[in-house]
Design a protein around this ligand. Structure first.
Ligand code: HEC
Ligand code: HEC
Length: 329
């Protein structure tokens, strides 16, 4: 059992989770995280050998894609891929999202999630043709052979540097309001449990009952507004985007010690959570339960590695961890 799982179960036996079914489920999910971890071997991915600059689609294929685009995408992504309701599908901003990723991920994104709220899903061929059209719109050259499903993992999108948050004026300093434990309980804990729950429940089966048939539940409430796979997407994003809050100077731990934000290993542990959140998001976008389960392994590891050093030290139990957050592990 992982420390995280054990901790959550301990909390429950203390009674703080009693009476909240969602919390109990979460503990089960955390427990599964440890139990299932060994079952999924990490598969090393081969590096793509070609890039989209190598003429990987044909002009005819892009023309087929353009037809589907005009019928199903243009209202949200614009006449010239410039974006309107949805984001642009060409240009640096777009390419930085997909920097160095294999084309298969872009095709999967289109196939699995677009058009947004579609009643009928796109076919695989349509998704690939649309990708050819998007590549053409991005100025990547056509070539002699069509883009085909089997080759997608072997072709990389270009590497584009992302503007760092600081360069974009994102280094706004905010005074912390929560202590570290509250921050963890508020965001990292529920968001991780949503991702871990994929181990025991396929998000595709998550069809909320009609509003009238539900009694109100604060925990369930948000998840019925953005249910199913989107809830997993959002939880993974919450993990990735909120982890840098662990680094905000001036925050204190529950016991009043300053969070050791200046320590190099603290920063590395935090970066590992950002990365695990990013991996979980990509896995969720693939709409594959197995991929998300594999990602939970990395997430569990990222949380637990820091906890071993900075949290689960000294006396156990809520409010008793006088040794927590110490500067000199
Ligand atoms: C109802 C509006 C809507 C329609 C129709 C729609 N999209 Fe989108 N699309 C969005 C929104 C909103 C996002 C951003 C959220 C997300 O990434 O899921 C998005 C994101 C994307 C992305 C990822 C962009 C990025 O920056 O990462 C791609 C690729 C995409 N759409 C392709 C398509 C294609 C191809 C079609 C037509 C088959 C389509 N979309 C139809 C609204 C739409
Ligand atoms: C950089 C180190 C670090 C990382 C990474 C980290 N934690 Fe924590 N976590 C802590 C510390 C230290 C505490 C104790 C905070 C305190 O005492 O105020 C804590 C406390 C918690 C608590 C509260 C436990 C209690 O006593 O009630 C939860 C829940 C939690 N973390 C979940 C997570 C999850 C889930 C992740 C991964 C997504 C994570 N944490 C990642 C350091 C970390």
């Amino acid at each position: 059992m992982t420390n995280l799982a054990k901790r959550n179960i301990d909390r429950e036996s203390e009674g703080s989770g009693a009476g909240f079914p969602a919390v109990r489920r979460a503990a089960v999910a955390m427990l599964c995280a440890g139990a299932l971890a060994g079952a999924f071997a990490l598969t090393a991915r081969a590096q793509p050998s070609r890039t989209v600059a190598d003429g990987v689609y044909t002009a005819g294929q892009a023309a087929r894609g353009a037809e589907v685009y005009r019928a199903q995408c243009v209202t949200c992504h614009g006449e010239a891929l410039e974006g309107s309701v949805g984001p642009p599908l060409a240009g640096d901003g777009f390419l930085s999202v997909w920097s160095a990723l294999p084309v298969v991920e872009l095709v999967d994104k289109i196939h699995n999630t677009m058009p947004l709220q579609a009643t009928a899903p796109l076919s695989r061929q349509e998704s690939i043709d649309l990708t050819a059209y998007i590549l053409e719109g991005g100025g990547f050259p056509a070539g002699p052979a069509e883009l085909a499903d089997a080759a997608l993992a072997d072709i990389a999108l270009p590497t584009v540097a992302t503007a760092s948050a600081a360069a974009a004026g994102g280094d706004l300093s905010v005074a912390p309001i929560a202590n570290l434990a509250q921050l963890m309980r508020a965001i990292a804990f529920p968001a991780s449990n949503i991702v871990f729950n994929v181990q025991i429940k396929d998000p595709a089966d998550d069809v909320p009952p009609p509003t009238a048939a539900r009694s109100f539940d604060f925990v369930e409430w948000g998840s019925t507004v953005y249910p199913g796979w989107e809830a997993i997407d959002l939880a993974a994003l919450a993990i990735a985007e909120s982890a840098p809050l662990f680094l905000v100077p001036g925050r204190r731990c529950e016991n009043g010690r300053p969070v050791p934000v200046d320590r190099a290993d603290w920063r590395e542990y935090t970066e590992a959570v950002v990365e695990a959140g990013r991996v979980a998001y990509r896995a969720s976008q693939s709409r594959s339960v197995d991929a998300v389960i594999e990602a939970t392994d990395q997430l569990n590891e990222a949380c637990a590695s820091c906890h071993e050093v900075y949290r689960d030290v000294g006396a156990e139990g809520r409010g008793v961890g006088a040794d927590r957050c110490r500067q000199e592990p």
